[in-house]
Every structure is written in C-alpha cells, then in structure tokens.
Design a protein around this ligand. Structure first.
Ligand code: ZN
Length: 382
C-alpha cells in the first residue's frame, strides 16, 4: 500500500513537470509618453497571478504550469524597471520585475494576429520620476519644488547639447571611453526625464554620433527658442590621474564682450533677434546698448542656473570646484539664452571613468542636473 502511494505521488510529480504552456515571445512595447508594456505570447492560455511586493519594489507575474527558454530583458530608458528576473516557483514560471519606482500593474489577455494568447501587462500611477527614494541613490537628492513651479502658457524649452560627436571623439579615457559617447548617454537620459514632466520640452542639438560645428549647436537651440542651454561634457587631466569630480561652467564676461563685438559685426548678415529685438535695423550705438543689456541679464541668469545645477550635482558627485567656473566656451555664447556647460567627471581618472560608464550613475547625474534646472526654473520662470 505504501509503495503504491509512493508510486502514485511519483507519477503525479512527473505529470506536474510536463508544462501546460510555453512562452513563445517576450516583448516590451514603448508607446510615446506612456509607461512601457510587457507582452508575453504563449502557445496556450494559462492561469496567472500578478502582485506587487515592497522593499525593494517588485512586480511579480506567476504563469502557472508554464515554461520558457527565452530570457526577457528590462525595457530601455524608461526609468520604471531596473531588471527582469526569471525563476521557477512550484512549477510555475515566476517573472520578477525590479522596479525603479512603484507603479500599479494590470494584466489582460488578447489574441495575437497568429491566434496565440498574449498576456499584456501595463503600468499605471507611477510615482513621479523625481522622487529619489525608489531610485536607490547613494546620496539623497532633495525634493524638487514641483508645487512651486507650474509652467503657464507655452512649454519651457530646455536645449541639451551632448558635447563632441562623429569624428570629434572628445577626450578619451584610460579604458578607451570616448567623451562623445558619455556626453550623449547622459544627454539622452536627461531628455527622457524632462519629457516625462508636463510643461517641459527637451530638444537635443544632436541625438546620434554626428559631428556638429559649435555654431550649429547654438543655432539649433536658438531655432527651437530654447529657454536654457545645457552642454554636457567629460573632462580629462593630462598631468594627473588623481584629479576627479564634476564642475559647472558659464560664459566669462570677457568672452561675452568679445562675442558682442562679433554679433554686432555680423548683424548685417543675419536678422538675429535678441530678446525679441532685431539688431539689424538699429544704428551701431543703440544696437550695442541693447545687446549689452540682453547679455548682462543672460549672464546673471546663467550664473543662477549654474549655481542650482552645481549644488544639485554636489549631492551625487564629488565637485572638483565648489564655485562656478567661467570660460569663453563658444557654445555658451548665445546672448539671450542662459547657458551652462557641465563637466560630468574626469575620464583620465579611473574611478570617474568607471562611474561614467555605469548607466545607474549616469541616471543619477541626469536626475541631479534635472533637479538643478527645475530649481532654477521655479525661481526664474522664463
Ligand atoms: Zn568636451
């Protein structure tokens, strides 16, 4: 009798091992401005469980009696899901989504064009991106003043300029990290964050690995009527690999005045608007005064923008300079757009290079830059 029972239970176990359903395909769907959606195609409809767990935030999908030979990956650049893990759980296929921030999952069945059942997982009510807690930052980022800053009327345009590109690699790190790639990766991260905030619009001077003349960067930002201009770079020090940390630059008054001369010289060629005033029809003296006024105001705003971004960056990164740096960088020379340049770290320093190669660290930097911009905008609504 005992033997029989054992046999029966053994048989039951073997039966239970044969799975009812198989995963045919996993796919993340990214619809613009929406949270990502996970599509799981199966050969058979199966029972499932869907629930959330806290500390750390996870969403769990159990597909009963299901197997999969395919490994799902996390969606790209969504700031929602960090990682996707697969496991067995009493013959069930367990899918664990490690969340960057909490969101409410929902699941429903549809049928694919090939007539297979598809389980669709969607997310709602995601916590705002700027809450630092679920992002698991090593140093705390202060709460951005969301309530203070509600843009009215037109969208606020933030121009993001990824330094270098194409044949201009920028500086190159010890482990062959190219500045142009790091700059673009942080810029894209920043764009993603900005786009998820209502009333803000991000425009990029370059979105791929292309060479751009410096003037072209300015022109693209000005054409898009940018309210602020953020140029992103990485540094290098030829003499010492010990030098590390981030810094923030604005245009020096000297650079501004030499630029003013150039603008005046060129005023016949282009009917450029400075703060809504055309220079080309003004006489030299008046044009010079108008340009001066516009530039002084812009330098003041650039300094405020730089200060906000600097103190926000200081919460996630070592700062090589505690003060705003001033230089005659050409990309900062728009006379009517507050502009800053961020050196995000030193590729000549082993640790900085390692950090800048980490998507997690780059995201922290992007969030810090965003918080700084937002603080600035809350005090200086364009
Ligand atoms: Zn650079």
């Amino acid at each position: 009798m005992r033997v029989k029972l054992f046999l029966i239970s053994a048989l039951f176990c073997i039966n239970a091992q044969s799975f009812a359903a198989t995963v045919l395909d996993w796919r993340w769907l990214q619809i613009a401005d929406q949270l990502p959606q996970l599509n799981i195609d199966l050969n058979e409809r199966t029972k499932f469980r869907l629930f959330s767990l806290n500390n750390p935030q996870r969403v769990v999908i159990d597909l009963l009696n299901t197997q999969s030979d395919l490994n799902p990956v996390a969606p790209q650049n969504t700031l929602l899901i960090k990682e996707v893990r697969l496991g067995d759980h009493h013959n069930h296929l367990r899918i664990v989504l490690d969340m960057i921030r909490p969101a409410t999952p929902q699941a429903f069945w549809i049928t694919t064009p090939q007539n297979n059942p598809r389980l669709v997982i969607t997310f709602n009510n995601a916590q705002p991106i700027i809450d630092s807690k679920p992002i698991d930052l090593p140093k705390k980022i202060s709460e951005p003043p969301v309530s203070k800053f509600i843009p009215k009327g037109r969208e606020i345009v933030i121009a993001i300029d990824a330094g270098h590109g194409g044949m201009d690699s920028g500086t190159i790190g010890n482990s062959k990290t190219y500045e142009k790639h790091i700059a673009l990766a942080i810029a894209l991260e920043l764009k993603t964050i900005i786009q998820q905030n209502k009333g803000l619009k991000a425009i990029m001077t370059r979105e791929k690995d292309e060479f751009l003349r410096l003037r072209e960067r300015l022109d693209r930002a000005r054409k898009a009527q940018a309210d602020v201009f953020i140029s992103i770079h990485a540094d290098a020090n030829r003499d010492s690999n010990q030098v590390h940390g981030a810094s923030v630059y604005m245009l020096s008054p000297k650079g501004a005045s030499s630029e003013a001369a150039k603008w005046l010289a060129e005023k016949e060629n282009a009917a450029d608007l400075i703060g809504g005033v055309t220079l080309s029809d003004k006489d030299e003296v008046l044009a010079s005064i108008l340009l001066d006024l516009s530039q002084t105001g812009t330098l003041e705003l650039s300094s405020k923008l730089a200060q906000n971004v600097l103190s926000s960056l200081g919460k996630v990164s070592h700062l090589i300079h505690q003060d705003i740096q001033q230089a005659a960088f050409l990309v900062l020379k728009s006379p009517d757009v507050p502009s800053i340049l961020i050196e995000t770290g030193f590729l000549s320093n082993r640790n900085d290079e390692k950090n800048l190669n980490s998507p997690h660290y780059r995201r922290q930097l992007a969030i810090a830059i965003f918080n700084g911009i937002q603080n600035y905008l809350s005090q200086n609504v364009p």
